[in-house]
Write a protein that binds this ligand. Structure first.
Ligand code: DAT
Length: 166
């Protein structure tokens, strides 16, 4: 049976990369960090001055990933989720972090001013959760709290259990 593909999404700083790499260490799933992949391949189509970040060339990202997704067993990490083909994913996890934790994490990452505020607002308004709910079947979308190391351990256990059932 083909293994599932898992999408890990959520506001920057919620812990997608930490969790994704840990799953990959404990399983034979392949981990793809879409941000890193885009950087390495320069899969951009401009620069967003307002948000101070390069604009992803979504079509080229999808072309680059298509082959890797077809056999299953892939964990994808990205802070947005509405442009991937819906058929790619069997399970979608949206990580959620309380403001005080998220604020500290983003500040430590060097975010400040508008960029910091926009990301905090994104989490408050549960923007990525709603994006996930409107892009995938609601029953495959799960929210996971990601505030503490204990949360991460619990999430790992839960993801292992859920992925073994699909
Ligand atoms: P993301 O990939 O969503 O941007 P990350 O994995 O880089 O987030 O994590 C951001 C920071 O938060 C990093 O310093 C590790 C820390 N972190 C991640 N998950 C955590 C958790 N469950 N408890 C405490 N710290 C966590």
């Amino acid at each position: 049976m083909k293994r599932p593909n898992i999408l890990l999404t959520g506001t920057p700083g919620v812990g997608k990369t930490t969790l994704g790499k840990e799953i990959a260490l404990r399983t034979d799933f392949t981990y793809i960090n879409v941000g890193d992949m885009a950087k390495e391949g320069e899969l951009y189509e401009g620069f967003d001055e307002e948000y101070e970040c390069p604009i992803l060339d979504e079509d080229r990202v999808i072309d680059e990933m298509e082959d890797k997704m077809k056999d299953g067993g892939v964990i994808v990490d990205y802070h947005s989720c509405d442009f991937f083909p819906e058929r790619w994913f069997n399970i979608v996890f949206v990580l959620r972090t309380e403001n005080s934790f998220l604020y500290n994490r983003l500040e430590n990452r060097g975010y400040k001013g508008k960029k910091l505020q926009d990301n905090i607002q994104c989490e408050i308004f549960q923007t990525i959760y709603e994006e996930a709910m409107s892009s995938y079947k609601e029953e495959i979308v799960h929210q996971l709290p990601s505030n503490t190391p204990e949360d991460m351990e619990r999430n790992l256990d839960q993801i292992m259990q859920i992925q073994s059932r699909v």
